[in-house]
Ligand binder design. Structure first.
Ligand code: GLY
Length: 591
């Protein structure tokens, strides 16, 4: 029954799938009042999301997690800036208005399509472990892994931030506008104040105890001891000062007073776990890496390779599905069986093989090899859940003997998609890891807890784990900023927050657009069904839970839960169409 089908057959399935995603995910209440004074154009963009329609434009488009950030990027594009300029303007605004998800204290991965050369490349602004870090960083005195939040909160989890250096690299390479013009809106808003969004207020309320452990963090998010409420005016003059400092170049972030403040805050919040030193900051480097691309139904799906597992895992899932008919849409249990077991196979390989390839050999080509994927895809030919899923043995010219990683990644992070007037495309996922990161605040920004993306165990039964902590290494990520090309031209930019569920969200959205013929707003709204190598998670309160019985009968352990993706997509064709995830506060906006 499951066999190779043509792309045309698949696309013909569109209306069926569109019917299946209609009215499924209730949109975030578009900021519940706090974004109302942004003018009629932005009101229109917010209304489009509530109505489930894509935003359509001819020249350029931005989609990101907060309307103020979208406006900062849009203003840069309207002023003749490039996608690189818009990216900087958006990132520095997100660091102010969505500080729990990303910012100067974190890291990011950028996938960039260059309209002038027709090439796709990636920049790695991932955080690095201190040179004093050891594989036992997240273990107790007996070698047992720490409890997750004992590791997250405090200095032990903080990696050297990459985002300031990444912004400088992006701007230096592809930007046109002066850097100071791009930070100016965030500086003004930090000084004049911005209304706290409902989402930020809710997250502060839910994290009071952890935020309260650090005096500067508590004073900012809980002035007078009370959590900020939605609509409260929040000022951040320290952040404005830090941005002014960045206008003079990122070196000021990585050396001198700012670096010293980071080092003191981090080391003051941990005991004997491999201290951070000023040298760790001063040697930080952004790395350009070749994009990892995988074919899917006549498209090239290009994204971020190691240290992210994003492009390999998304590419594997799609490669495993390529020979099967998904046209029955997201509410079909057999389609979900195929997608769920493809994800389980990809996660099995990810757990064993994916890590920072500057430290351990990673068989990227072998994992995406057509013959290897065909052999793994044959495992999907039954009609019930695979009873056992183990890593495969991809071709590689090194001996690979790794144990499986069990690191936990919880949802956080933010995704930005941009297409500029010249046709450049930026797809960037940016993070401080957990919501509010390590909870340590320095000079107006939060420091990440990215190092908890490493495996807490260094070995399993004597066999080393590829993603173990090592000095200077970058922790494995799931972030999957993606650009999809057809005939060498970009047709879709997509990405999402969501910890290791990012991989499932992005693969599902790409299937939504390519297989199910969904527009980008519909693709952002598909009721999620995500499998990461364990239970099948169905999105509570949506039609996805209707699959519970059928998937259970196939042998899956099934549960329902909130699945708060933050997909931001732009489809590029005769026009530009933007979609923003209805589960969060973001919008798409273009002209
Ligand atoms: N910390 C989220 C990720 O890198 O996948």
């Amino acid at each position: 029954m499951w066999k190779v089908i043509s792309v045309l057959t698949v696309l013909a399935a569109g209306p069926v799938a569109a019917q299946q995603v209609a009215d499924t995910v209730a949109p975030e209440a578009a900021g519940a009042g706090v974004f109302e004074d942004m003018g009629p154009e932005y009101a229109g963009a917010m209304a489009a999301k509530v109505q489930g329609k894509p935003v359509v434009a001819r020249n350029w488009m931005v989609a990101a997690a907060n309307p103020h950030a979208v406006k900062a990027g849009a203003d840069a594009l309207a002023a003749g800036g490039t996608a690189a300029d818009a990216l900087v303007a958006i990132q520095v605004m997100l660091g102010l208005v969505e500080p729990q998800s990303s910012g100067l204290g974190g890291g990011a991965f950028l996938v960039w399509y260059d309209a002038a050369t027709g090439e796709v490349t990636t920049l790695d602004g991932r955080e690095t472990a201190p040179l004093a870090a050891t594989p036992r960083r997240f273990q107790d005195a007996d070698g047992a892994p720490l409890k997750f939040f004992d590791a997250v909160v405090g200095g032990r989890s903080v990696g050297v931030p990459g985002t300031p250096a990444l912004m400088e690299a992006v701007h230096g390479r592809w930007g046109k506008l002066p850097f100071a013009d791009l930070t100016a809106p965030a500086i003004a808003m930090a000084e004049e104040g911005f209304p706290v969004s409902p989402r930020l207020a809710g997250l502060i309320e839910g994290d009071r105890e952890r935020l309260g452990r650090f005096a500067d963090t508590a004073a900012y998010f809980m002035p007078g001891g009370e959590p900020l409420a939605a609509g409260d005016l929040l000022k951040n003059p320290a952040y404005a000062e830090t941005l002014r400092m960045l206008n003079g170049g990122a070196a000021a972030f990585y050396t001198g007073d700012n670096a010293q403040a980071i080092v003191e805050a981090v080391n003051g919040a941990m005991e004997g776990a491999g201290m951070l030193s000023p040298v760790d900051l001063s040697i930080y480097q952004v790395k350009e890496r070749a994009a990892v691309c995988a074919p899917y139904r006549g498209h090239e799906v290009c994204g971020m390779g190691p240290p992210s597992s994003g492009a390999v895992a998304v590419g594997q899932i799609l490669g495993l599905l390529e020979g099967y008919d998904l046209s029955a849409g997201p509410q079909d249990a057999q389609v979900r069986r195929l997608m769920g077991d493809a994800a389980r196979l990809a996660f099995a390989d990810r757990g064993r093989y994916l890590a920072d390839s500057d430290y351990v050999p990673v068989p990227v080509k072998g994992l995406l090899d057509e013959a290897y994927l065909a052999q793994r895809a044959a495992l999907l030919s039954g009609d019930v859940a695979l009873s056992e899923v183990i890593p495969g043995e991809p071709e590689f010219d090194h001996a690979l003997h790794w144990a499986d990683d069990i690191s936990l990644e919880l949802p956080s992070t933010s995704h930005i998609s941009i297409v500029d007037g010249a046709g450049n495309v930026a797809s960037m996922t940016t993070t401080i890891e957990n919501g509010f990161g390590s909870r340590i605040m320095v000079n107006g920004y939060l420091l990440n807890n990215e190092l908890t993306d490493f495996s807490f165990s260094s070995h399993s039964e004597g066999v080393p784990i590829a993603n173990r902590v090592e000095p200077g290494k970058r922790p494995r990520s799931s972030m999957a900023p993606t650009i999809v090309l057809k005939d060498g031209k970009p047709v879709l930019a997509v990405g999402s927050p969501g910890g290791s569920r990012i991989i499932g969200y992005v693969a599902e959205a790409i299937v939504g657009v390519i297989d199910w013929g969904l527009d980008v707003q519909q693709a952002a709204s598909i009721p999620h069904a995500v499998n990461r190598f364990g239970a099948y998670d169905l999105e509570e309160g949506t039609a996805a839970v209707d699959l519970t019985g059928a998937l259970g009968e196939m042998g899956y352990e099934v549960g329902s839960r909130e699945l708060t993706s933050g997909l931001h997509l732009i489809a590029i064709g005769d026009d530009l169409q933007g979609g923003a995830d209805p589960r969060r506060e973001g919008i798409a906006y273009g002209q």
